[in-house]
Design a protein around this ligand. Structure first.
Ligand code: ATP
Ligand code: MG
Length: 506
């Protein structure tokens, strides 16, 4: 078996790592950077750009450039470019393919096996889409693990003492918070919560809106419809945001932002940290409820936590660090790199899966890793009630079976409606799959015995089976969405993706 790479497939940036001489290291991209923008661009001439080059051409090619595709994973987002209809899996596959290539170049050998990280909050459909993206990219996805778990893993390697830690991960597009128990030889996720629609992009957008409003006020020109101008503003906004993590003010200078009556108009603005913090306070506040929920689910108070790990580039913002301090009463740990530790942990796990036992530095014992399911899973029963089979935060893999019966006399079939969520009623939850078990023998209500089994594998993918214990007949589904790609579709996408990656490699 060759080397296993660990990939943090991020909303804004991705990162790839491998274990060498017992230590996880970051594999630099072809352009020499330690992270690769998760951006894909298609030129009108038929070239494909991935990563840094894609991000750079985004300004001049905005409608053929795709970024933040991670937010669309598991949805039926589609984009037609020239003759190809792209799905989120295919765009992610191009990013993964680029990382695979960078790794092969660095290692000087072919790479096929990978561990890919996903936000703890990703549901089944999103996880499956991520796995499919790996397959399309020509990767054998050995395992998918939650990002905070992966971060803790890279952390747990260096520290052997028993403790409970919080992983606070504010990235480009998602927020995750997890409570993790690191004890002798074990890393266990006790609880996880988050918001998969909150991240650095939202902070950028606040600056963008402010710039557009200010410009409209002072110049009477509405830039919001000007695609190229908006791309430049977005880039400058992110840059300003980063500067504000280290200084009290940042300048936004965009010459020739627009033409007015044949004359170029320049954009020059200054934003202070105070202004920025004011316009984004609510975003920072939005991290509080998930933190509280994760803590209460794990049954821990501030006193039980010995560390808070900051993960994700957005945790470099002083206001975020201040918020974490206030919430936990702890000084956040900064001795792990927030942009890299997720990929490092994935590489560490990858290495253990090939039989290289993971050794905890402190105790010299092997580490065992537990993951958990982020939502409760239920089926709909009589009266629209959500009857839970698997509780939120159950360690995975897990399996649970329960016997149900019919509600009506001589009922020939039962409909299984699989639900995800915490609500007591079916309608309060998300329906993630439905199927029918037919052929039930004629019997009065309450007589047939239908066993429903929920089976979650190590990747967090759910299979539901309903079995008639009388006849032995059963039906099962692996939870899918309409937009789940078929094996044939994956094969097809694999071919076209390889062609695009080869094109690039010329
Ligand atoms: N110095 C900084 N100050 C503020 N924000 C920063 C800084 N450096 C990076 N960021 C922000 O961090 C975000 C990217 O973080 P990261 O690379 O961890 O996210 P990601 O892994 O792509 O996203 P996700 O984890 O949500 O999938 C971007 O929004 C970026 O602007
Ligand atoms: Mg991340």
């Amino acid at each position: 078996m060759g080397k296993v790479i660990g990939i943090d497939l991020g909303t804004t940036n991705s990162c790839v790592s491998v274990v060498e001489n017992g230590q996880p290291i970051i594999i630099p991209s072809s352009t020499g950077s330690r992270t690769t923008p998760s951006v894909v661009g298609f030129s009108k001439k038929g070239e494909t750009f991935i990563g840094e080059t894609a991000k750079r051409q985004a300004i001049t090619n905005p409608d053929r450039t795709i970024s933040s595709i991670k937010r669309e994973m598991g949805t039926n987002w589609k984009k037609k470019i020239d003759k190809t209809v792209y799905k989120p899996q295919m765009i992610s596959a191009l990013v993964l393919g680029q990382l695979k290539k960078d790794a092969e170049k660095y290692l000087g050998e072919p790479v096929t096996d990978a561990v890919i990280t996903v936000p703890a909050y990703f549901n089944d459909v999103q996880r499956q889409a991520t796995k499919d993206a790996g397959t399309i990219a020509g990767l054998n996805v050995l395992r998918m693990i939650n990002e905070p778990t992966s971060a803790a893993l890279s952390y747990g390697l260096d520290h052997g003492e028993s403790q409970k830690v919080m992983v606070y991960d504010l990235g480009g597009g998602t927020f995750d918070v997890s409570i993790i128990d690191i004890s002798e030889g074990n890393i266990e996720v006790m609880a996880t919560s988050g918001d998969n629609m909150l991240g650095g992009d939202d902070f950028d957008n606040r600056i963008v809106n402010w710039v557009v409003d200010e410009f409209a006020r002072s110049n009477g020109v509405n830039l919001s419809k000007d695609f190229a101008a908006m791309q430049r503003i977005k880039e400058a906004a992110e840059q300003a945001k980063k500067e504000l993590s280290a200084s009290d003010a940042a300048d936004i200078n965009l010459p020739y932002i627009v033409q007015e009556k044949g004359q170029p108009v320049h954009l020059n603005m200054r934003i202070t940290r105070q202004q920025f913090e004011q316009m984004t306070r609510d975003l920072v506040e939005r991290t509080e409820p998930p933190v509280r929920r994760a803590m209460s689910d794990a049954g821990v108070t501030n006193r039980d936590l010995s560390k808070v790990l900051l993960v994700g580039g957005s945790t470099r913002m002083p206001a975020v660090q201040e918020k974490v301090r206030n919430l936990t009463g702890l000084e956040p740990s900064k001795n792990i790199n927030p942009d890299e530790c997720v990929a490092l942990g994935a590489a560490v796990l990858g290495s253990t899966l090939t039989g290289n036992a993971l050794i905890s530095a402190g105790t010299g014992q092997s580490l065992i890793l537990f993951d958990i399911t982020p939502y409760s899973l239920a089926i709909e029963t009589v009266g629209g009630i959500a009857t839970r089979l698997i509780e939120r935060n159950s360690p995975i893999p897990t399996r649970f079976a329960k016997v149900f019966t019919t509600a009506h006399p001589y009922q020939p079939a039962v409909d299984i409606n699989v639900l995800q969520g915490e609500g007591p009623m079916a309608a309060d939850n998300k329906s993630i799959g439905q199927f029918r078990l037919g052929g039930i023998r004629r019997a009065p209500a309450g007589v047939p015995q239908i066993e429903v089994t929920f089976d979650i594998n190590t990747d967090g993918i759910l299979e539901v089976t309903a079995k008639d214990l009388d006849t032995g007949q059963f039906q099962s589904i692996t939870i899918t969405a309409e937009d789940r790609m078929s094996d044939r579709e994956i094969e097809k996408a694999k071919k076209s993706t390889q062609i695009l990656l080869e094109d690039k490699g010329k």
